[in-house]
Design a protein around this ligand. Structure first.
Ligand SMILES: Cc1ncc(COP(=O)(O)O)c(C=O)c1O
Length: 442
């Protein structure tokens, strides 16, 4: 007998699901049991197009043979090896591979296991760097409203999504935020980068005037604020942030956990926007989502600032048991091979205008108040229902699941970012489902 025929109720399951409506979900679960290419399959075998690359991470599509094989081989050969005062060859090989792909001189790599860990690592590196060069008075960290930098204390503190912050106390001292870049009155239905708003970068000058720039260690922003609703930076905005940071000796951190690994049509968003930060945080697509991993890329000057003390002293008292885990390194090396062999770093640029057309063709559907896009990312913002923010998009999410697409929603924003291997015909299918859903969601 097929014991999958009558799935057990999950209502009393022990699993406390992250970022989820536990009780609502467990009453009517949406389960994914298998995946292949751009599709998920439910336990009943129903096929879903993956509209968000798992969780913005499976850039090369699911269960890619080369990556699966590399992990299988690795787990049988070296399951774990520490990299505190010890090492294993793959960690060095993978760091060197990443360095060869890095923009400018961001070629020194610190491994973590997630985006959240990459962010907290980058913030600590920034503070320690200033101290190492005699500017220990630079203690403040600046984030941006509506930014998302993961869920650890540092990332939550510099993050700017109210719902993720408000119940966790005072977080980290010495953090402030510049304002976000979203201006629907001027920029609604922008295609690619909005025209208005470069001057919003000057908000950093306001904080410099308030705190004195000599107290500020770093500014962290996502080149495109994805989890906060796909807020694309206005033309000239990132350049202006860079100039202000340079003027005041502030380190600029780009959180590229989503915009890295081909999502915008170049290896990194940094290259797409042609603005070079001092540190880049990555994760997700670094292993195609197969094994948890993250990495912080830093400029040579930062790395060298740590390499000045006695040779027998630990330069950076920071790291994770699983930093550069052998399985993650094996997955990452195979992932980079797949990305390169299949031209996936530039695929979003090739598909970009088709993707943009299909996304903006949804304009005029009921409740659609904005559509935004860049690379292979799109957001469709819906008007919230009176007194029930988020309810309309949640309905759309559930309907899409029923009709064959997995899409992500945050508040009343639908976010789409499919695997980079998607074909044009599948882009059509994805948007057909979204169109159908929007037409029937009141
Ligand atoms: C920009 C950014 N930073 C950090 C994170 C946190 O990554 P993780 O969930 O792997 O900790 C995310 C996750 O979506 C992200 O989008």
């Amino acid at each position: 007998m097929n014991d999958r025929a009558t799935p057990p109720s999950l209502e009393n399951s022990a699993f406390f699901m992250p970022f989820s409506m536990n009780r609502h979900f467990k009453k009517a679960p949406r389960l994914l049991a298998r995946a292949e290419g751009i599709h998920y399959f439910t336990p009943e075998g129903r096929k879903l197009i993956d509209g968000i690359s798992g969780l913005w991470c499976v850039n090369a599509g699911h269960c890619r043979e080369k990556i699966v094989r590399a992990v299988q081989k690795q787990v049988a050969e070296l399951d774990f090896a520490p990299t505190f005062q010890m090492g294993h060859p793959l960690a060095f090989e993978f760091a060197d591979k990443l360095a060869s792909l890095a923009p400018a001189d961001l070629k020194r790599i610190f491994f973590t296991n997630s985006g959240s860990e990459s962010v907290d690592t980058a913030l600590k590196l920034a503070l320690a760097y200033h101290r190492a060069r005699g500017e220990g008075h630079r203690v403040r960290l600046i984030g941006r409203e509506r930014g998302y930098h993961g869920v650890n204390f540092g990332g939550t503190a510099v993050g700017g999504m109210v719902g993720n912050r408000k119940i966790f106390g005072a977080l980290v001292a010495g953090v402030d935020h510049i304002r976000h870049t979203h201006d629907p009155e001027k920029n609604a239905f922008s295609r690619g980068q909005p025209k208005h708003g470069a001057e919003l970068a000057d908000d950093l000058e306001r904080l410099c005037a308030l705190h004195d720039p000599s107290t500020i260690a770093a500014l962290i922003v996502e080149p495109v604020a994805c989890s906060g609703g796909v807020l694309v930076p206005p033309v000239g905005y990132l350049e202006r942030l860079r100039a202000i940071c340079d003027r005041h000796g502030i380190l600029l951190i780009f959180d590229e956990v989503i915009t890295g690994w081909g999502r915008l049509g170049k290896t990194f968003g940094t290259q797409h926007f042609n603005v070079i930060p001092d540190l880049i945080t990555t994760a997700k697509g670094i292993t195609n989502g197969t094994v948890p991993m993250g990495a912080v890329f830093m400029r040579e000057q930062l790395y060298q600032a740590f390499m000045t003390g006695p040779e027998k002293a630990i330069e950076m008292p920071h790291g994770y048991t699983y930093s550069s885990h052998p399985l993650a390194c094996a997955a990452g090396l195979a992932t980079m091979q797949v990305y390169e062999e299949e031209g996936l770093f530039t695929r979003a640029a090739e598909l970009g205008s088709y993707w943009e057309e299909q996304a903006h063709a949804l304009k005029g559907l009921p409740n659609v108040i904005d559509i935004r896009n860049i690379g292979l990312i799109a957001a469709i913002e819906l008007a919230p229902r009176a007194g029930a923010p988020g309810a309309r998009a949640l309905d759309a999410h559930i309907k899409a699941f029923e009709r064959g697409a997995y899409i992500r929603v945050a508040a009343d924003i639908i976010a789409l970012a499919p695997p980079l291997i998607i074909a044009k015909s599948d882009i059509d299918r994805l948007f057909d489902i979204v169109r159908d859903v929007l037409k029937t969601t009141d």
